[in-house]
Ligand binder design. Structure first.
Ligand code: ZN
Length: 503
């Protein structure tokens, strides 16, 4: 089978900002590594390309704002690496088969469940929720990865990897599945520090377990289309009979295909640590013989809504489009995310979103006012902020400190407008907040723009002339404003307002 890969070149979302100052520093960025339980310096890779694999969505339901928090930080991480001068190759997968309702081998396939619920085929379910996922990313300006790959397009690669595991003595078969033998991999569980015996005790009794499985922690690489899976809609031929792959093998196979045997950073939610990522490490390292599979394991924490876990039954399941419908600018949510460190649990509240929207609007309005004025960029001031910004991001992606700099820029008496605008653009492009575009949106939604200072000065001068009954001068200034694209309308109490002429 030919693998169809959705490839988006990095210019899919053109980042129009070109820094005024050339940044050529490869920083000593420190990231918290779940594998070593400490912050470590991300040394530049030998080939100069940081290879990053981010576990993507299982497309059986809507992408909610908790998911979006994770992808926002993946995007900020990639942008930050580029800001520091690294070349990056970024892969996200789409899981459209094999992810069971239990992260282990129990339960039913989530895609099959989605199909029953929506009365659609599994393929239709996958297509529609993949589209929803991508639309959600677009709504908050998350750049597409270099490679976006679907599990069902990579069955051949998974079969090849399972065969390698078999050849290396790490796999065995039962009548139901092909399993990875966890007892053969001494480092199994290194990510959690959990021993195999602890894991065995943690397995629930009530769920289906293949009695021929050698150890409770062993996990399926390939499920045969038998027993509870005899009606499984998605299936392929394989050396072990017709069936479908386990969830974990998908990520190992696609990561190897697009990034090679060893990668630099692997990301996912904290819920992936004990099973999915633990199993990925085992498979990848045992199939290729190369260690470590990933130098860094970066994990994002959960998001609650008004102190509760998000769920449909509680009616607090929110997507970015729900927020949009309520009149929120999607970037207000992104700005809210940036205010909490990615490793901290976050509590979404409507009050918090209101405050974030207000704060972002203030920044956008400030940015608009900077656009109007000329003046030379003061490179020294830009570098001062650039260094503070870099120090925040180098410190395990400390976005709360990074966004706090916007307040300092606004209040900075030494910086002229052009310099402030330059700093806003520099910080905004790295955090994925496009101030230029947001300013235009705000302008068109409010129907008004912030006039340049020069226009305001002439208007004030005209008001003075009018109050002094110097009508000749006031008329002359009114005409001057008209040539600059502004009409003056006199309102009560001697006040006047400006109307921008749309040309
Ligand atoms: Zn994964």
């Amino acid at each position: 089978m030919t693998a169809i890969v959705l490839l988006w070149p990095i210019f899919y979302h053109p980042n129009t900002y070109i820094p005024h100052i050339f940044i050529d520093t490869i920083s000593s960025m420190r990231l918290y590594n779940t594998l070593t339980h400490q912050r470590e310096i991300l040394e530049p890779p030998h080939d100069g390309i940081v290879k990053i694999y981010c576990c993507g969505p299982t497309v059986y339901d809507f992408t909610h704002i908790g998911h979006l928090r994770k992808y926002t930080f993946d995007d900020v991480l990639v942008r930050t690496l580029k800001f520091f001068g690294h070349s990056v190759r970024h892969v996200i997968n789409i899981t459209d088969v094999g992810h069971l309702t239990d992260d282990g081998d129990n339960g039913t396939d989530k895609l099959e469940m989605g199909a029953i619920k929506t009365k659609k085929t599994v393929w239709e379910v996958a297509d529609s929720y993949t589209k929803f996922f991508l639309d959600s990313l677009d709504a908050v300006g998350i750049n597409r990865p270099d490679v976006l790959c679907k599990a069902t397009d990579h069955i051949d690669e998974m079969i090849t990897m399972i065969r390698a595991l078999e050849a290396n003595g790490y796999a065995y078969q039962t009548s139901e599945a092909v399993y990875f033998d966890t007892s053969k991999f001494a480092e199994y569980g290194a990510l959690t520090g959990q021993k195999l015996s602890d894991k065995k005790n943690a397995v629930r009794d009530s769920v289906h377990t293949d009695l021929s499985k050698r150890h409770q922690a062993d996990f399926a690489l390939w499920f045969r289309k038998v027993g509870r899976f005899s009606d499984h809609a998605m299936s392929w031929e394989s050396p072990w009979g017709v069936g479908f792959p386990g969830w974990h093998i998908e990520c190992s196979a696609m990561s190897t295909k697009y990034l090679g045997d060893k990668i630099d950073i692997h990301t996912g939610g904290v819920d992936h640590i004990p099973v999915h990522h633990t199993n990925e490490i085992a498979q990848s390292e045992c199939a290729t013989g190369k260690k470590p599979f990933s130098r860094f394991w970066v994990h994002h924490n959960f998001l609650n809504v008004e102190n509760q876990k998000m769920s449909k039954s509680l009616g607090n399941f929110l997507t970015i489009f729900d927020l949009k419908e309520k009149g929120y600018e999607p970037y207000s949510l992104k700005f809210l995310f940036l205010g909490t460190h990615y490793r901290s649990q976050m509590n979404f509240t409507w009050r918090g979103l209101d405050a974030s929207q207000k704060r972002l609007k203030t920044l956008i309005k400030s940015y608009s006012s900077y656009q109007a004025d000329g003046g030379d960029i003061d490179d020294k001031i830009v570098m001062l902020y650039r260094d503070k910004f870099a120090a925040a991001l180098e410190d395990d992606l400390n976005t709360p400190s990074a966004i706090a700099l916007f307040g300092s820029i606004i209040d900075d008496k030494n910086a002229n407008n052009q310099t402030k605008k330059e700093i806003f653009d520099l910080l905004g492009s790295t955090l994925g907040i496009p101030f230029g575009r947001l300013a235009k949106n705000l302008e068109s939604s409010s129907g008004a723009s912030i006039p340049p200072n020069e226009v305001i000065n002439i208007l004030n001068e005209r008001n003075v002339a009018k109050s002094q009954k110097d009508y000749q001068k006031s008329d002359h200034l009114r005409e001057k404003l008209a040539t600059m694209g502004y009409l003056v309308e006199d309102i009560k109490n001697g006040e006047s307002k400006l109307i921008k002429i749309n040309r």
